[in-house]
Every structure is written in C-alpha cells, then in structure tokens.
Design a protein around this ligand. Structure first.
Ligand SMILES: N[C@H](CCC[C@H](N)C(=O)O)C(=O)O
Length: 305
C-alpha cells in the first residue's frame, strides 16, 4: 500500500488462504496485536488496490476458559460477523501450520459460541458448526414463530424462503437449476430485505437427489462467492426441514464440494472440506492502523472538558 514515509505504520504479516475458492486474508493477532478499522479492511479487501479477499480472519488469544483461540471474521465491506465455515477450516490449518497449537481437536470461540475443528489424515478439515437456530428472534428474522418456510414479497415478486442461523443469518430458496438462478438480482434484493434486520446470506439450493445438492450463495457483505460453508450448512438444514434431503449430503458449490451432515433439530451440523494455503505476505500498515502508543501525559496538558 503506497504510503508517504511520514505516515508509515508497522509491517503486518499475513497468509492468503481459501476454502473452495472462498478466499481469506488470515492474520495472527497473537504475535502481532493490531487494530483494523472498517475503512482499512475495505481497502485491504479490494482486489485491485489491496490484498483482495472475501473475508479477513483474525486469530486472537482465547477470551474464555476451555477454548484454544478466539476467531474473528470481517467481511470485505468491513462488517464484523459471527461465523464463517470455510474460514473455520482455514483457521485450523493456519494455527497448526504456524505451530500455534498441535492439538488434534481445536476449540475456537466465535462471536456466537464455540466450534470444534479437526484436521484429518487426508488433510480435510471437519468442523462441528454447532446447532442451527430456527427461532426467528435468534436468526434474526421477522416472523411470529418458526416455520419450514416463509413467504417474502420484494420488488413485486413472492419468494418461498427458509430462514436459518448458523451463528450468522441465512435465507434459503429452492430452485430448479442453480445455473439459471437469479443470484445477481434476487441475491442483493433479499440480502437487504427488512425481514432480515441484520441482513442475510442468500442461498439458492438445487436438490439433485436426497444425498446430493448444488448451491450458489450471495453472501452478506461480499456478494456471490465461490463457496459458503455456513451457507451449505443452512441449505442442508432448510432442505431437510422441507423433507427434501437425507442426513448426509454432498453439496456442490461453484468452487467445489463439501460434505454436510445433520441428523435433525437439536443436533449440531457437521461440515467436512478442504483448506488451502496460497501464499504468505507482508504489508506496511498506515500509521493509524496500528495500536496508538499510549500518550505520555505532559504537565500543563489541558483537561478534556
Ligand atoms: N458473509 C457471511 C460471513 C462469511 C460466511 C462464509 N464465507 C462461510 O464460509 O460461511 C456473513 O456475513 O454472515
């Protein structure tokens, strides 16, 4: 990032990773504490003027007992969010490759609960994504009570949509063919629908058979991504509640395949898939992006009013 020498801040080391093409900038904030403002995140996310990513993933020390790390997630628009499934798999590979842990089961604190990550001998990472939330207030979604699906009106059209939280909010539409699904138009329209007060990730689910599905996701705060882990989980939950899918589903996204398993209400959703490291990099933060040195009080300083 082009900085005049005067305004240069510290160097920041990062790792570029992806889960089925859903790509991330991953930062170890344990060994290099830093503070990133939304504006700087947006600049770093820019694919022409920055590093370029869908989400920024931050590794922090645990903030509660009985967990190994805290996992923070920021979308490309700078918004901090509750969960990222593809990111969770990359998080596991990152903390193991950086030797921040050698545990087989890694417990990670997110904004909405604790998830468990396991790296298998085959290099795939499996994640217990926790129990999906269906209560409207918990999603959040504007409705009186949980339903298998809801009718939403937007732009003169009616949509039959499921609403599920995997820690983050998802709306799921069932379509005949994801290739012709109106992701570019309906995605942004429903992402910001007033029925989703915190906005939502919008999934377009095609049921191939009871064990196979295809999915495209218009992600909150990003747009369409090549894959969405929590979106795949939410889609399987929605498909099972509609009686369309079995417990174990192979979900094919534009960037590749995930295995999602959910035995039913009250049970956690299990996800298995790859996590890939692409490169390591360094960049110089602008001076304002680093922790401000504590200002020594000078005698005669005017008292703040
Ligand atoms: N855009 C999502 C966060 C990232 C989710 C996705 N990348 C995943 O793999 O789950 C949200 O605003 O809730």
């Amino acid at each position: 990032m082009n900085q005049s020498r005067r305004s240069q801040g510290p160097m920041l080391t990062f790792t570029k990773m992806h889960g089925l093409g859903n790509d991330f900038m991953v930062i170890d904030a344990i060994s290099q504490p830093f503070r990133l403002q939304p504006e700087l995140i947006r600049k770093l996310a820019d694919r022409n003027f920055g590093v370029g990513f869908d989400q920024l993933l931050v590794v922090e020390p645990p903030g509660m007992p009985d967990v190994d790390f805290r996992y923070r997630i920021f979308n490309a628009d700078g918004s901090e969010v509750e969960q990222c499934g593809n990111g969770a798999r990359c998080f596991a590979r990152f903390v193991r490759d950086c030797r921040l842990t050698n545990k087989k089961v890694i417990r990670v604190q997110t904004a909405k609960g604790v998830i468990e990550l396991r790296i298998g001998r085959d290099g795939l990472v499996s994640v217990n994504m926790g129990v999906p939330e269906l209560a409207p207030a918990a999603i959040p979604f504007v409705a009186d009570k949980p339903e298998t699906s809801y009718t939403l009106e937007a732009d003169g059209q009616r949509f039959d949509i499921s609403a599920v939280s995997m820690g983050n909010p998802h709306g799921v539409l069932v379509v005949d063919n994801v290739d012709s699904a109106p992701v570019e138009t309906v995605g942004p329209m429903l992402e910001r629908h007033p029925a989703f007060p915190a906005r939502a990730n919008i999934g377009f689910l095609q049921v191939v058979d009871r064990g196979h599905a295809r999915l495209r996701v218009f992600e909150r705060g990003v747009g369409e991504t090549l894959a969405c882990g929590t979106g795949a989980c939410a889609a399987v939950v929605a498909g099972r509640l509609r009686g369309l899918l079995d417990e174990r589903v192979e979900v094919e996204l534009p960037g590749g395949r995930l295995i999602i398993e959910w035995s039913g209400e009250g049970a956690p959703v299990m996800m298995e898939g790859p996590a890939t490291t692409v490169f390591e990099g360094q960049l110089r933060l602008p001076a304002e992006g680093s922790p401000r040195p504590r200002r020594q009080k000078r005698s005669g300083d005017r008292k703040k009013k």
